[in-house]
Design a protein around this ligand. Structure first.
Ligand code: AMP
Ligand code: MG
Length: 352
């Protein structure tokens, strides 16, 4: 792709500069790409109803074209403009969780090009909870296709600088709204086949969805390394969120994790390797490492999620050979955090 000049614009969510938002909207209407903040991670936006825009998104990210994009909307009524049979469950979930970190899969209609949905007859839709994102989507015509704004395979961006590192020269504009709040991607729930099924865990948990819908399943591949040959969310078959160094997770109680981390460190040192350690504040002072990163309080999965991708990217700057990471609880929102950690580690878990 030929290099272009990427505009970098700071936006204050408490005092949104309408001129910049309108310029961003015009770029989308003209078929260009704009990265923007949401409450989950930064998105790489293009016109969801324009096949050429979606093709540009795949090209800028280096993303396989069978991995569908999420369509972002700014109001609930837009659902029925791109789907002719929106199930009741979708409205119930929208009432409960939108705007918010929940993506729903429904059948698409002919307005949505196949390029946006990776060839599928279904479409993923979300209304984000971020004032800048909502203003931008509106200014752009109401339907923004946006995957995470990272190069395919790298950790998702939680700061505008992460987007710049990956996409500078490849897109027209980056809207900088500062660090995002949640830090991991939205929950994805499929409403097109029988019992609603979580295809990707996120801040909205199975328990929260069940309170609204009753029975909700979770796709079994989420915390297992064994991917189905044809997973329901095509994105799940690709390696994701990964730092450049190889990474292993260590599980067990906190004392066990400390002792295994320290013995693995000594072993790696004897081989002349540079070792990264990614752990909670609780054990930070007890473990040895050449580069140590503190993810925060292990009892607070929101804090861990908020820091996770930033820390994974920091390791790439440090040129470590190997990273040992701490395992956390898989309860509630912890399931989403552990899903991302496991994917980053290629499901390598040490439990001695
Ligand atoms: P990203 O926005 O980069 O986090 O990626 C979007 C995720 O949503 C990918 O894992 C996709 O596979 C998934 N996705 C998007 N559309 C669909 C769909 N129609 N059916 C199933 N999964 C989808
Ligand atoms: Mg992504």
């Amino acid at each position: 792709m030929c290099d272009m000049k990427t505009r970098f614009e700071k936006i204050d969510s408490n005092n949104i500069n309408k001129d910049i938002i309108n310029e961003a909207g015009d770029i989308i209407k003209a078929g260009g790409l704009v990265a923007f903040p949401t409450e989950t991670v930064y998105g790489l936006g293009g016109d969801a109803l324009n096949a050429k825009s979606s093709e540009k998104i795949y090209a800028a990210k280096g993303r396989p074209s069978d991995n569908p994009l999420i369509v972002h909307i700014d109001n609930i009524d837009s659902l029925k403009e791109i789907s002719d049979d929106v199930p009741d469950e979708a409205y119930k979930l929208a009432d409960a969780f939108w705007p918010g970190p929940l993506t729903m899969i429904v059948n698409k209609n002919e307005k949505v090009p196949k390029e946006t949905t990776g060839g599928l007859s279904t479409v993923a839709i979300r209304m984000p909870d971020d004032e800048i994102a909502l203003a931008f989507i509106k200014a752009a015509g109401g339907f923004i296709a946006a995957p995470s704004a990272n190069t395919s395979g790298r950790p998702s961006p939680t700061l505008a600088e992460h987007v710049r590192d990956d996409l500078d020269g490849k897109i027209e504009m980056i809207l900088d709204g500062g660090q995002v709040g949640i830090g991991v991607e939205s929950t994805i729930v499929d409403l097109t086949e029988g019992t609603p099924t979580i295809l990707r865990p996120g801040y909205v948990t199975q328990e929260m969805l069940s309170k609204v819908l009753g029975d909700v399943d979770t796709d079994r591949t989420i915390l297992e390394g064994t991917f189905a040959a044809k997973p329901k969310a095509p994105g799940m078959k690709y390696r994701h969120y990964a730092p450049k160094a190889s990474m292993s997770l260590i599980e067990g109680d906190i004392e066990k994790i400390v002792s295994v981390m320290n013995s693995r460190y000594s072993e790696a040192k004897s081989k002349g390797l540079k070792v990264g350690i990614m752990c909670s504040s609780q054990i930070f002072d007890k473990v040895n490492g050449d580069v140590k990163k503190d993810l925060g309080n292990r009892e607070d999965e929101r804090e861990i999620a908020h820091n996770l991708y930033k820390v994974l990217r920091e390791f790439d700057e440090e040129d470590v050979d190997i990273i040992y990471g701490e395992c956390f609880s898989k309860e509630g929102f912890g399931q989403a955090v552990m899903n991302r950690l496991l994917k980053a580690a290629g499901f390598t878990v040490i439990s001695e």
